[in-house]
Design a protein around this ligand. Structure first.
Ligand code: NAP
Length: 295
């Protein structure tokens, strides 16, 4: 069995590079009188959600985007949350709204996301923006799949004509990725928990994207990977207090030609794509046709 040394797809470095160019874009917007602003909403006290939100607000500060968090009690009613979202929809100083998921179980996340004005939906999860994605016309697209596509582009991984296998069919990851990869002429196969004979499918992937998040019961092992494949690990699992992905990194990296680490792969890209979406939303709302995020 041949052993090759893969190119590590460094999401942390690429995200830093993109943040720098977004910072310049924010400076340009401020010069023409637009102050980009992101509003986040946190319902309850979920510790993981708080960590994710902190990294989003830190990234916003670095890029020069004004950001504010609106905190609701974990017992907040649907009416209270809808009122909060509607207040932000009609606040002309707010360009982007992010509702941190998951919500407490008494609230319907899907229904609440739908309350966000599509023009401010910087997570790209409303049915309006998802529908536009299917037509190849979306400007606000989900951040994690966009981050995956940016990594593929940056590392010049051939997409057109290649076989892409996604292990995930969620609205957050797998479903938007299908359309993004199809739009770039990949042949896309989607697997999930009911897929039979997973190994025979994943071994066909020139690009293999795993987002299961059930470690250790699910681990993407070396035998599931085609020689020379590009392996993108989206998942985040806590195992023994350590953050790991789905992929048996040490062994799979001996077979892959490109691979993302966890942490430091897709995670930082997700956050920086949220920043880019906020600037896209601001530029569109203010009709800044010459903004580079709209080119
Ligand atoms: P999810 O909704 O639970 O989706 C998991 C997917 O994995 C589902 O499609 C599920 O199939 C499939 N699956 C479960 N067990 C499987 C098995 N044994 N074999 C094959 N497929 C299996 O979770 P999600 O929100 O999409 O997130 C997935 C992972 O990505 C999590 O670890 C999450 O933390 C991570 N994530 C990371 C980022 C980032 O920025 N890095 C962002 C978002 C999510 P069914 O549909 O049949 O249940």
């Amino acid at each position: 069995m041949s052993q090759i040394s893969p190119t590590v797809m460094d999401g942390r470095a690429l995200a830093a590079q993109i943040r720098q160019s977004l910072k310049e874009e924010t400076e340009y917007m401020k010069k023409v009188g637009v102050e980009p602003k992101l509003a986040t909403i946190l319902v309850g006290d979920d510790p993981a959600s708080k960590v994710y939100l902190t990294s989003k607000h830190n990234a916003a500060a670095e890029v020069g985007i004004i950001s504010e968090n609106h905190k609701l009690l974990g017992t907040a009613s649907e009416e209270e949350l809808v009122a909060q979202i509607q207040a932000l929809n009609s606040d002309l100083t707010v360009n982007g709204i992010l509702l941190q998921l998951p919500l407490p179980s008494h609230l319907d996340g899907r229904k609440m996301v739908e309350q966000i004005a599509p023009a401010k939906d910087v997570d790209g999860l409303t049915s309006a923006n998802m529908g536009l994605l299917m037509y190849g016309q979306a400007s606000l697209m989900p951040c994690t799949p966009r981050g995956v596509m940016e990594l593929l582009h940056h590392y010049k991984v051939p997409i057109a004509g290649s076989r892409a296998v996604i292990i995930n069919r969620s609205t957050l990851v797998g479903k938007p990725l299908i359309h993004m990869l199809l739009a770039e002429d990949a042949t896309v196969t989607v697997c999930h928990s009911k897929s039979r004979d997973l190994l025979s499918i994943t071994r066909q992937g020139d690009i293999l994207i795993s987002a299961v998040g059930r470690r250790p019961s699910f681990t993407l092992t070396r035998d599931m990977v085609r020689e020379g494949a590009t392996v993108i690990d989206v998942a985040m699992n806590r195992v023994g207090g350590k953050l790991v992905g789905d992929v048996d990194y040490e062994n799979v990296s001996k077979k892959a030609s490109f691979i993302t680490p966890v942490p430091g792969g897709v995670g930082p890209m997700t956050v920086v794509m949220l920043m880019e979406n906020t600037l896209i939303a601001a530029a569109k709302q203010h009709n800044l046709k010459e903004a580079s995020v709209l080119q």
